[in-house]
Design a protein around this ligand. Structure first.
Ligand code: UD1
Length: 419
């Protein structure tokens, strides 16, 4: 068990650089299996999810090297179609191995992927997509045996927009015979980055950035070098931390175009900021106004910033509403915020209201999922007294060097390891 001990309150000051996008890097690592030879990924965040996925690939036969955010994967000899069951359960993105192993070896035996407990997170859309491309699925309990003789392009309309289902089906379709159309495809910036990566490998995907992707199957893909975009969610999280702490910080790697809905909400709440050249400069705000947020698929307000944004709502003067439309288990962190002094009413699994402003006080709290963990860190930075956040490992899954980055901005944060 590891925990973060944070002494507050602190006013954050200085500059921070956003790491590469977790949700772009993970599918790219999995999709590197589509090509024989050496794939080189640059600006890869050094986070637990990446380390675990790389370990899984090593178990399949990949030779890897990960240093200074450059990840080399030599996938010349991939022999196994059986990713390590235990490691697969550690992260959601391991589901991407179904598509890449199916396209590479024609078969995959895999356990149900893990990841944050933020809802039931079924995988029916992925499986239906593979079946439509010609795969046969045998499910025994939590183990899936999936095989295909020949992948054949098809028209697939996703039941609902899903990020990893879009990416998973897409990476299989690029090597299927003929044309595939994926309708209701996800268009998050990291999905677009993933499509660009596949096209650099030689895939033929049209309609990138729209909900209608058209793929012309190719016989082979080549390994490439590719630089990953900055992490949209980490960028937003630091911006929120700066505003909440009433400090002056600059977040480098904040791509304005990725953040339209988020920036609209920052304006509405009365945050003081400037944007220029892929950076956001945060200045102290006078008074924060209450703001309602409703999570949506991109370009709507991202579900991954819903929890961090709630800290601003606890400091706004009046009642703010939260409507989490995508996951049914994403409001549980509000119980932890209540322990710190936030005035919260959870109306149902999707809706809550927060009445502010309330001071927050340091206490013993638990990081229930990745984004909830980042939220509690921000809360603890602005809280009076000392907080201890259990579950530091969960936060390490998605935020590179969080202690180092926040310490450089003036936060008093330390990691404690319990034997
Ligand atoms: C990805 C991100 C995660 C983010 C989420 C929403 C990665 C590794 N993770 O998760 O950080 O919070 O997008 O932006 O990129 N669904 C089904 N059946 C399926 C697949 C999804 O019902 O087969 C549902 C989910 O339960 C959810 C909705 O679709 O309600 C959207 O989920 P999805 O976009 O698939 O999220 P993930 O890809 O799991």
């Amino acid at each position: 068990m590891e925990s973060f001990v944070i002494k507050g309150p602190a006013k954050l000051e200085g500059e921070v650089k956003v790491s590469g996008s977790k949700n772009a890097a993970l599918p790219m690592v999995a999709a590197s299996l589509l090509a024989e030879g050496k794939t080189v990924l640059k600006n890869v965040p050094d986070i637990r999810d990446i380390r675990n996925l790389v370990k899984i690939l090593e178990g399949l036969g990949s030779k890897t090297n990960f240093k200074d955010n450059v990840l080399t994967l030599d996938n010349t000899n991939i022999k196994s179609c059986r990713p390590d069951f235990k490691l697969v359960c550690n992260l959601r993105a391991s589901i991407m191995l179904i598509g890449s192993l199916l396209a590479r070896l024609g078969k995959v035996e895999i356990s149900k992927p893990g990841g944050c407990f933020i809802g039931s997170r079924p995988i029916d859309i992925h499986l239906k997509g593979f079946e439509t491309l010609g795969a046969k699925i045998d499910q025994r309990g939590e183990i899936y045996n999936i095989t295909v003789d020949k992948l054949k392009g098809a028209k697939i309309t996703l039941r609902i927009v899903s990020v990893t289902a879009t990416e998973n089906i897409l990476q299989t379709a690029v090597l299927a015979e003929g044309e595939t159309e994926i309708r209701l495809a996800a268009i998050e910036p990291h999905v677009v980055d993933f499509c660009n990566f596949l096209n650099k490998m030689g895939a033929k995907i049209e309609g990138i950035g729209t909900h209608n992707l058209k793929v012309t199957g190719v016989k082979k893909l080549k390994p490439v070098e590719y630089t990953i975009i900055p992490d949209q969610i980490e960028a937003g999280t630091f911006a929120i931390a700066g505003i909440a702490s009433k400090g002056e910080i600059v977040v480098n790697g904040f791509i304005e175009d990725h953040h339209e809905s988020f920036l609209n909400k920052l304006e509405e709440i009365g945050a003081n900021f400037n944007l220029e050249n892929d950076r956001i400069a945060i200045k102290p705000s006078r008074v924060l106004k209450p703001v309602n947020i409703q999570t949506e698929i991109y370009p709507g307000f991202p579900t991954d910033l819903q929890a961090p944004f709630s800290i601003l709502q606890t400091q706004a003067e009046g009642t703010s509403e939260i409507f989490e439309t995508i996951f049914e288990g994403r409001l549980n962190y509000l119980h932890e915020l209540s322990k710190m002094g936030a005035s919260v009413v959870i109306k149902n699994p999707h809706q809550a209201s927060i009445v502010g402003p309330t001071p927050l006080y340091g206490t013993h709290i638990s990081s229930l999922d990745l984004r909830a963990g980042a939220t509690l860190i921000i809360a603890s930075i602005i809280a009076l007294g000392t907080s201890e956040i259990n579950g530091a490992e969960i936060i390490d899954r998605g935020y590179e060097n969080i202690v180092g980055k926040l310490t450089s901005l003036g936060a008093d944060i330390e990691r404690e390891v319990e034997e």
